[in-house]
Design a protein around this ligand. Structure first.
Ligand SMILES: [Zn+2]
Length: 177
């Protein structure tokens, strides 16, 4: 019997979004200046990778599945030296700025913990909604089971992000800088 093309296509698309998530948060992790923010982005990269791994065996097919973009890649693609404004490629970050010689940290990002968790929260929510919508067409029991498992991983991440964001907000004095 022929495999259901619709089901495998849906799983491939969802796995692709999880892959995008892992790629995006890995990059954000590399660029974050604050080690606590690095940790947050690292957690998200890890969990999107875990979700992707669950789906990978069922997401067979050639090429990259076409999926909507849920992650602000454009914000992290080109990064600017804050000393001289030299623009570098995030995937090929220089050890020192070719424009002014500033150390690598001149390219790093200042992101607050609250903002980092918020980014994790929002993107995870969007991916969960996409997975629910696209996965609804899947009838195959094995694929459904994998989709539910991947969704469980993302829900865990979402719960963690909500809790941690509330904590980060509580730690910031209102009306402060
Ligand atoms: Zn520079």
């Amino acid at each position: 019997m022929k495999a259901q093309p619709k089901a495998s296509q849906a799983v491939r698309q969802i796995a692709q979004v999880d892959r995008d998530g892992a790629t995006f948060f890995h990059r954000a992790n590399l660029l974050a200046a604050d080690p606590r923010v690095k940790f947050i982005f690292g957690r998200a990269a890890e969990e999107f990778e875990n979700a992707r791994k669950v789906l990978a065996p069922l997401a067979k097919g050639k090429g990259k599945a076409r999926v909507p973009s849920f992650f602000p890649f454009e914000e992290y693609d080109k990064i600017e030296c804050y000393v001289c404004g030299h623009v570098a490629d995030a995937d090929d970050l220089p050890e020192a700025c070719p424009g002014c010689g500033a150390a690598r940290y001149a390219f790093e990002r200042e992101v607050s913990q609250g903002r980092a968790w918020e980014l994790v929260m929002q993107t995870t929510k969007d991916v969960l909604a996409f997975s629910r919508k696209v996965g609804a067409a899947v009838g195959d029991a094995k694929a459904k089971e994998a989709l539910a498992k991947a969704a469980g991983i993302r829900k865990g991440l979402l719960g963690e992000a909500k809790e941690e964001r509330a904590r980060a907000e509580g730690a910031t004095p209102r009306g402060g800088p």
